[in-house]
Design a protein around this ligand. Structure first.
Ligand code: ADP
Ligand code: MG
Length: 724
């Protein structure tokens, strides 16, 4: 089938599509966590003693003894097999944004030929995948490639079903034989531990005596696009790069804002309901869904959970979004910018810290000025963002996210904190050495008798801030839609740990002088705000004034691309931060730099090769065919004595020629393989390669607006975005 036929076929297929058959969904209580080996299920299956030990491990991270592990493994196997599982897998989270799994059968055969099954504590606790081809940033050479997965009992095991069977999945960490972390879960757990340790110190100094283990929480809002699979399959760029590398803007885009929070198309709702039922079975608390700004764009957000569990669930959600979409004839795009000129997708990582005894430590209550614990923890975040802005920028850096950040649809590439009016005032007061009563939001008066008055939040929302306080948590809004939330969570927990350590040290000294706790807090926070208050910004983050003021007056960094951002991982201050908190050893940190750099370079190179390929084999042939049609028509028209104006043909010809010149330049640039450093290679991709890709695209998109519609081979923006 020629290209244009496949485009027309796609439209035909979608128009005549039979709706996906779905059964009515079951009540929540019938499906909730049915596929999860929860603590409640363990309580039923385990002896009292074993359950107590397990519960302690889950709640406070205490080590589990071997005997208990054996009992848990046996119970887990029985439960999984009763649900049809014949295989189990340690699922782990390598340094890519994906998950990895190796499946093993429960089966061992007996000498008399029967199939018996075995699953011991040892097998549950430790797996050994041959992980030599996972990115490891020169931590392992292939001849020393042993890698281990180890069960993380704080994240529950669960069952994944296919139409034909089931597998027991065991969330795990992944490390090298030499003990280095090769994954995203290990450092996340370490960052939590570091934050807990420092937080405990601060809370004890504040006179708290009963202090439970502190944990961080995460609720991640996920944006995504749905495109009919018939279209996606006719676009090699969507299939291989996850975004369109060509495409002229449609006559109608998102300018009417008529999609945002609009009625959800029925086909999409059917998909969402199916998807959310799967999440519920897996114990993932899906909470909200709605249309997003761009046509074809949607959002899902679960209720928040402990960060470690939320991170595992988030990975599962990304996998299930894609799988479920496929069943409904959609391709789910998680890329940060699938369509040029149309809003891209992000992930808002809502984050807080707390424990059962002191509650949410980022909840100010009605009178934040009197909530000393809150002030200290919030102050610690401000200091963290100021000191480690470039690190926060580095952990959200990716080729995809570069298209979004700073492009007036997403937060700028300058890291600042938004506190809201009330809190900003409290911290400004502290800076000037006193705490005054804060103002509340006041009551709304809509003048409508039938609508009850309600209390306004004390601070408005600020969509233009990359890092915003939203009432009882911070929202890191600049994370990319395809990224794992672990990187941002690790950075936030670690900077908080570091700041809490600093605060503990200062408090200790000040309190020795017999000052009251309230006065000591003001003294410490005054110093903190004087040194780090520059990171607090409540204005319009998209404005050019801010870009100028942030850099020139406040000394903040504007870091536009991944190539500029990743080198932060090699900074001495970042090395020190991670080493002192025990989250990454210098070798582990260096390996992250290497892996992320490599991923960046590879993704740009894949895109560039696709640009060359598609321009040469899809767009050039279509355009020259059209030109040949024009030439033939013009010749016969002249023969008839009715000569045509050949200006369209001339423009088509010149766009074709210019496009192929740019393709040639891009191919040559791609051959360059000698670079001074990895950073130099990234810069070459960020500047030279991307500019040349844009140059090819400009001519190709011009051709799309010239070539006869029935001859254009690639599904167009209006079709992909508007046909559902
Ligand atoms: P928005 O108004 O920002 O779009 P949503 O309701 O879509 O808000 O999402 C807010 C997210 O923040 C949800 O996942 C919610 O569970 C989460 N959240 C609420 N409180 C906390 C908290 N203390 N810690 C972490 N996440 C939280
Ligand atoms: Mg939000």
């Amino acid at each position: 089938m020629s290209g244009n036929e496949s485009r027309l076929q796609a439209i035909y297929q979608i128009t005549n599509r039979e709706p996906t058959l779905t059964k009515m969904t079951k009540p929540l209580e019938k499906i909730w966590a049915t596929d999860v080996f929860t603590l409640a299920k363990m309580e039923e299956a385990l002896s009292k003693k074993a359950f107590k030990a397990m519960q302690k491990t889950v709640q406070s991270g205490a080590a589990l003894d071997e005997a208990t592990a054996d009992v848990v493994a046996a119970a887990m196997k029985d439960w999984a097999m009763a649900k049809g599982a014949k295989f189990y897998s340690h699922i782990f989270y390598p340094m890519t944004n994906a998950t990895a799994e190796k499946h093993d059968g429960f089966i061992i055969s007996s000498p008399d030929g029967r199939a018996i099954t075995e699953f011991t504590g040892g097998l549950l606790i430790k797996g050994e995948p041959d992980g030599s081809s996972f990115p490891n940033g020169s931590i392992r050479t292939t001849n020393a490639a042993r890698g281990y997965t180890a069960w993380d009992p704080t994240s529950p095991a669960y069952i994944m079903h296919t139409d034909n069977g089931a597998t027991l999945m065991i969330p795990s960490i992944f490390m090298s034989w030499t003990g280095e972390a090769l994954d995203k879960k290990t450092p996340l757990l370490r960052s939590n531990a570091a934050m807990n340790k420092a937080g405990q110190k601060v809370l004890s100094l504040m006179g708290e005596t009963d202090i439970a283990t502190l944990n961080s929480s995460c609720g991640a809002e996920q944006e995504y696009f749905l495109v009919d699979t018939n279209f996606a399959n006719s676009r090699p760029d969507l299939l291989l790069a996850g975004r369109t590398l060509f495409g002229a803007p449609p006559a109608k885009g998102q300018e009417f804002d008529d999609h945002y929070f609009g009625a959800i198309p029925e086909r999409v709702q059917v998909f969402m309901q199916d998807f959310e039922d799967r999440l519920y079975r897996l114990g993932i608390p899906a909470k909200t869904h709605h249309n997003e700004v761009a046509p074809g764009q949607f959002e899902i957000a679960p209720y928040f959970e402990a960060a470690n569990v939320a991170a595992d669930h988030q990975q599962m959600m990304m996998t299930l979004l894609k799988l479920t979409a496929k069943k409904h004839g959609f391709t789910c795009l998680l890329h940060e910018k699938p369509f040029a000129g149309i809003n891209g997708s992000g992930k808002h990582v809502n984050w807080s810290v707390g424990n059962p005894t002191q509650g949410n430590l980022l909840d100010p209550g009605d009178t934040p000025e009197k909530n000393l614990n809150f002030l200290l923890f919030c102050g610690a975040v401000i200091r963290g963002v100021h000191l480690h802005g470039p690190l926060l920028r580095a952990v959200i850096a990716s080729a995809g996210n570069d298209h979004r950040l700073g492009a007036n649809e997403a937060p700028p590439a300058i890291l600042s904190v938004y506190l809201g009016d009330q809190l900003e005032k409290v911290f400004q007061d502290i800076k000037s050495g006193k705490i005054k009563a804060s103002k509340s939001g006041g009551m709304t008066d809509l003048g409508l008798a039938q609508i009850l008055d309600f209390e306004r939040d004390p601070g408005d929302r600020n969509r233009t801030s990359p890092f915003a306080f939203t009432g009882n948590r911070f929202e890191f809004r600049a994370v990319g839609s395809a990224q794992s939330v672990s990187g941002p969570l690790i950075a936030m927990n670690t900077m908080l740990a570091d700041s809490l350590e600093w605060i503990a040290g200062k408090l200790k000294t000040v309190l020795k002088g017999k000052t009251s706790q309230a006065d000591a807090v003001v003294t410490v926070l005054k110093e903190l705000m004087t040194d780090h208050g520059n990171a607090v910004f409540g204005g319009d983050g998209y404005s050019s004034e801010w870009h100028e003021m942030a850099v020139k007056k406040r000394g903040l960094k504007n870091i536009p691309t991944t190539a500029d951002a990743l080198p932060a991982l090699q900074e001495a201050s970042v090395k020190k931060l991670f080493k002192s908190t025990g989250v990454f050893s210098p070798i582990e940190l260096e390996s992250r730099f290497e892996v992320y750099t490599e991923q960046y370079v590879l993704s740009i190179e894949v895109e560039a090769k696709l640009v060359v390929d598609m321009a040469t084999t899809i767009i050039y042939p279509a355009a020259t065919r059209y030109l040949s049609d024009l030439a033939l028509t013009s010749a016969s028209a002249s023969e008839m004595g009715v000569p045509l104006d050949n200006s369209v043909a001339a423009t088509v010809a010149s766009e074709i020629n210019d496009m192929m010149v740019a393709v040639d330049k891009l191919s040559t640039a791609l051959e360059k393989d000698k670079f001074k450093s990895m950073t130099a290679h990234m810069q070459f991709c960020a500047n030279d390669i991307r500019d040349l890709m844009d140059e090819v695209r400009a001519h190709a998109d011009a051709l799309e607006t010239l070539v006869a519609d029935d001859m254009w081979p690639l599904p167009k923006y209006q079709e992909m975005l508007f046909i559902k």
